[in-house]
Design a protein around this ligand. Structure first.
Ligand code: PGA
Length: 249
């Protein structure tokens, strides 16, 4: 049975004090849920978040990492640095990293390898832009993003991977993919995994949906057979909304 997961991507929001407040609210509201819960604060708040949440049911993830183990990469953070503060999971391939920081499939493939070599878990994001969807190319674009960064991996590596389909046109726009659009794409992704690996692998990989998920639409999206949870941006900055999304399962 694959895991249900709700992950909050705080992006470049929440200074240290705000982060402490949000985490303590989350801890006071959250009881237990059918879904695993992950939050990804900015780097400056990661250590404190990891310490505060140690032993709780809420896991902490990083929003990014570099592919090198260490060295002259000013401004970057490595997998071993994340692990040294108790962070075992990293988000890779977010569309904002691809669009604003020129992250390519090739670079992401290296990041994936480094994260896995360090025993980390990853939430790998991908998704088509509006132009791709208008041209009817969304499946092709998504298939290539997954293939180019992940299909060199052996089956065993997939225990450490969660996929997050995030159509770029739905991120932060208030426009969500309809539950059926999400289901169609998730089913296509699972079939792509099955074609390249096996159905038993494809059935074991959690595929999250991201893009304007809110407490008001989460239940319907999560009710779809191939949607195993969500990667939540804006709505993860409010404890009540985020936990309502977690409880939508
Ligand atoms: P959003 O962001 O929920 O604010 O649309 C989702 C994401 O970028 O992960």
């Amino acid at each position: 049975m694959r895991k249900k997961i709700v992950a909050g991507n705080w992006k470049m929001n929440m200074d240290y004090a705000d982060s402490e407040i949000l985490i303590s609210k989350l801890l006071s509201i959250y009881k237990e849920s059918a879904a695993d819960v992950i939050i990804a604060p900015p780097f400056t708040n990661l250590l404190a978040a990891a310490n505060t949440l140690k032993g709780s049911a809420i896991e902490v993830a990083a929003q990014n990492m570099h592919f090198a183990e260490n060295g002259a990469y000013t401004g970057e953070v490595s997998a071993s640095m994340l692990k040294s503060i108790g962070v075992q999971t990293v988000i890779l391939g977010h569309s904002e990293r691809r669009a604003y920081f020129n992250e390519t499939d090739e670079m992401l493939s290296k990041k994936v390898d480094t994260a896995l070599a360090n025993g980390m878990h990853l939430i790998f994001c991908f998704g088509e832009e509006l132009n791709d969807r208008k041209a009817g190319n969304e499946n092709l674009v998504v298939e290539n993003q997954i293939k180019n960064a992940l299909f060199h991996l052996p089956e065993a590596a997939w225990d450490q991977i969660v996929l997050a389909y995030e159509p770029v046109w739905a991120i932060g726009t208030g426009e969500t993919a309809s539950p059926n659009q999400a289901q169609d794409m998730h089913a296509f992704i699972r079939k792509t995994l099955a074609d390249n690996y096996s159905w038993s692998l494809a059935d074991s990989v959690s595929i999250l949906y991201g893009g304007s998920v809110k407490s008001t639409n989460a239940k319907e999206i999560f009710s779809k057979a191939d949607v195993d949870g969500g990667l939540i941006g804006g709505a993860s900055l409010d404890a009540e909304h985020f936990i309502a999304i977690v409880n939508a399962f």
